[in-house]
Design a protein around this ligand. Structure first.
Ligand SMILES: Cc1ncc(COP(=O)(O)O)c(C=O)c1O
Length: 478
């Protein structure tokens, strides 16, 4: 990234840390733009950019004629900071280590803190089972006459079009391709718009499965810095794509995994305009869009797309059941290419499950369920934040997720979460080491925790014991 970019992100990060650590508190006036520029030997525009970023994160507010002041809504702990990323695209090599981490984390008796999976009791499993039985009875011919031409069940597409009203839609039925969950959606989109050796711009830190897909498809990752609250830096993307050579941009604008950031509408609009102008297809993963932790459903990037350049991918794995394995792409002008990829990679998507999902979405139970689920995730994330604040070393930084149910934690410099992983496993504790969220091995002092389970005394104790491994102090429960 350019020097100028690093400077403004560095300044924003330093000021945010002063606020997070309580050195600057509510109502304090920040030094003036001119003074910051003079003292830090920065240009006025760099300082203004840094202050705007803090404003977007809700840390400071501008008061006319008076300057910038620290806001009241302070995080209880410092948040992780955006980090500068390598300029060059990188080949990805995380799969072997990732598989080991996820398999070890799923062993019986290991605290369920690694894979981003919800607790079964939070999901409408019984209702779905009843629907499977009913649909199988009422549609006895569903498994006959499989078709590679008419793969999508119109009833499900109709429900998705209806739901898209809440995504800044409605989207056209013709845009949709029904697929085997979000993993397949992302894979098909990448296959449709890239060739081996191409470079794809990704978030830093990025969801490990996205990196894995790049690895499997022989693609390189260009890591773009992300603000822990407002997501991918559009300025950094602008600089990184200035000279061309980026085949696609792959990101989670709502509820990034692992940061939980949500981009503002204004940032989304800028990103969509920039990528459209530069002819860079956007692959958007909105799997956490319905699991917002704030007041209203954030719109996806797709809502701001006027040229069909955004492929919107999602599934029902995080809110209904990870085992349904049904998702979709609203594919814009790449629809034909994606439908072709779908035909040659997996044919269709199980029609019985498509109808079950369509009937569940039609039932009206879904919105009640989602409201309830959001409440649970909200309180589980809060409880996890409190436990980490209590048990981990004092200089630990904790993310403030805006959507989803994973928690990103930055330990003090020098703590190596990859090296400590074996010790945690011996204690039947799990987490995903931070370096697996980066193609270039960044974030070795970070980790991600799954908050998909109710915060039971057992989970709390697991966090306490994890804290001890990392040098945290609080030994007792109570
Ligand atoms: C951002 C993101 N995308 C996709 C997936 C995978 O989704 P699916 O199970 O629908 O393939 C996950 C699961 O953790 C995720 O966090």
């Amino acid at each position: 990234m350019s020097e100028e970019l690093l400077r403004y992100e560095k300044l924003a990060g330093e000021l945010a840390a002063l606020i997070g650590d309580g050195v600057l508190t509510h109502g304090d006036r920040l030094p003036s733009v001119r003074r910051l520029a003079q003292e830090r030997r920065l240009s006025v525009s760099t300082v203004v950019q840094a202050l705007r970023q803090l404003e977007e994160r809700g840390l400071v507010e501008a008061r006319p004629q008076s300057g910038y002041f620290v806001c009241q809504t302070l995080a209880p702990r410092s948040q992780p900071q955006a980090r500068p990323t390598p300029d060059a695209p990188m080949p990805v090599d995380i799969s072997q280590r990732l598989v080991h981490v996820l398999q070890a984390g799923a062993r019986p008796g290991v605290a369920p803190l690694s894979a981003a999976l919800p607790a079964n009791e939070l999901l409408p499993i019984a209702a779905l089972h009843r629907l499977y039985a009913g649909v199988a009875r009422r549609h006895p011919r569903l498994l006959e006459a499989g078709s590679h031409v008419h793969m999508d069940q119109p009833a499900l597409v109709r429900q998705l079009v209806r739901r898209s009203l809440a995504w800044g839609g409605p989207l056209a039925a013709e845009e949709f391709v029904i697929v085997n969950a979000c993993t397949e959606a992302l894979s098909l989109c990448l296959r449709a718009v890239t060739r081996p050796g191409d470079t794809v711009a990704v978030e830093s830190p990025a969801y490990y499965l996205m990196l894995q897909l790049l690895e499997m498809l022989g693609l390189k990752a260009l890591e773009i810095p992300c603000d822990p609250q407002t997501g991918m830096s559009v300025e950094a993307l602008e600089l990184a794509t200035r000279n061309g050579g980026v085949a696609a941009c792959l990101l989670v604008a709502n509820g990034s995994n692992p940061l939980g950031s949500v981009m503002s509408d204004e940032k989304k609009r800028r990103l969509v305009a920039l990528t459209a102008t530069r002819g860079i297809p956007v692959i958007e993963d909105d799997i956490y869009g319905d699991l917002f932790l704030g007041n209203e459903r954030p719109w996806p990037l797709k809502a701001f797309d006027t040229s069909g350049n955004v492929m919107l991918c999602a599934s029902f794995s995080k809110c209904l059941s990870p085992s349904l394995r049904v998702g979709f792409v609203a594919a814009g002008r790449y629809r034909a290419a994606i439908a072709l990829q779908k035909t040659i990679t997996s044919g269709g998507t199980n029609p019985l499950t498509q109808i079950v999902l369509a009937e569940y979405l039609e039932s009206g139970a879904v919105d009640r369920h989602l409201r309830n689920l959001r409440r649970h995730y909200q309180s589980q994330v809060k409880a996890m934040q409190a436990a980490v604040a209590r048990y981990f070393p004092p200089a630990t930084r904790i993310a403030q997720p805006q959507a989803g149910y994973v928690l990103w934690v930055e330990l003090p410099e020098g703590v190596d979460t990859t090296a400590m992983h074996a010790a945690a496993l011996r204690e039947r504790l799990s987490y995903v080491p931070g370096e697996l969220f980066s193609a270039s091995g960044m974030y070795r002092n970070c980790l991600r925790l799954n908050c998909g389970n109710p915060h039971t005394p057992e989970i709390d104790d697991a966090i306490r014991r994890l804290g001890l491994i990392f040098g945290g102090g609080e030994a007792g429960g109570g």
